[in-house]
Write a protein that binds this ligand. Structure first.
Ligand code: AP5
Length: 208
């Protein structure tokens, strides 16, 4: 968990590949649906472009389907879910059906002003989804993905006025979800600033 632009996607990609488990990102699932203009994408686009959350009943259904897939049976890393109390409760119920869940929560601490500068410089590969930052983590060749050569683009919701709205929504609806997991004693907060390798190492330590 963590604020928009907190590095959830960047770190989740690294950890998931190091541990051989899938990274399940609700943001990535929704953006793919928007690109493909599926009924889910059509429904979600307006909420995402405004910086609002997609309604719980929609996203909970999407996640229930995703967690049933074969690659998610031996563990998974969630990125961007749960984001509301209702989503956390629905996840809890799903995990209980599967037996002892062993859920662990890593919270990335990143101040709001850093979030704004990170998101405004973020560029993502339109083909494979790899994430860069024009200043902090640039691609080797400007505008092209190091991994697949795809064109780097700015997300529709990375405009300044939408970033402010996403931060507001995070503080009002998502940050309070941490209390749900704190009561279970499973939250580890980690400094989300500094070099990427350092943040990865802090997360690994917190989970050890
Ligand atoms: P989502 O895609 O989840 O967006 P988000 O939470 O706002 O998070 P971001 O993807 O913006 O940031 P991140 O934390 O992954 O950071 P990143 O690694 O990219 O959701 C988008 C929208 O979908 C939501 O607004 C909502 O509408 C909808 N949605 C999604 N899930 C939902 C749910 N569960 N319920 C309802 N609606 C939902 O890093 C950011 C930048 O910083 C990058 O450029 C990166 O290179 C750079 N960076 C990363 N780490 C560092 C570092 N240590 N130092 C310097 N730069 C760094």
């Amino acid at each position: 968990m963590g604020p928009p632009g907190g590095g959830k996607g960047t770190q989740a990609q690294r950890l998931a590949s190091a541990h051989g488990i899938p990274q399940i990102s609700t943001g990535d699932i929704l953006r793919a649906a928007v690109r493909e203009q599926t009924p889910l994408g059509v429904k979600a686009k307006g909420f995402m472009d405004r910086g609002d959350l997609v309604p719980d009943e929609v996203i909970i259904g999407v996640m229930a389907d995703r967690l049933r897939q074969s690659d998610a049976q031996k563990g998974f890393l969630l990125d961007g879910f749960p984001r509301t109390q209702a989503q956390a409760e629905a996840l809890d119920a799903k995990l209980r059906e599967r037996g002892p869940s062993g859920v662990r929560v890593v919270n990335l601490d990143v101040p709001d002003q850093e979030v704004v500068s990170r998101i405004s410089g973020r560029r993502s590969c339109g083909k494979c989804g790899a994430v860069y930052h024009v200043k902090f983590t640039p691609s080797r060749k400007e505008g092209a993905c190091d991994k697949c050569g795809g064109a780097l683009v700015q997300r529709d919701d990375d405009r300044e006025e939408v970033i402010c709205k996403r931060l507001e929504v995070y503080h009002a609806q998502t940050r309070p979800v941490l209390a749900f997991y704190e009561k279970k004693g499973v939250v580890r907060s980690v400094r989300g600033t500094g070099p990427l390798d350092e943040v990865t190492a802090l997360i690994e330590q917190a989970l050890a």
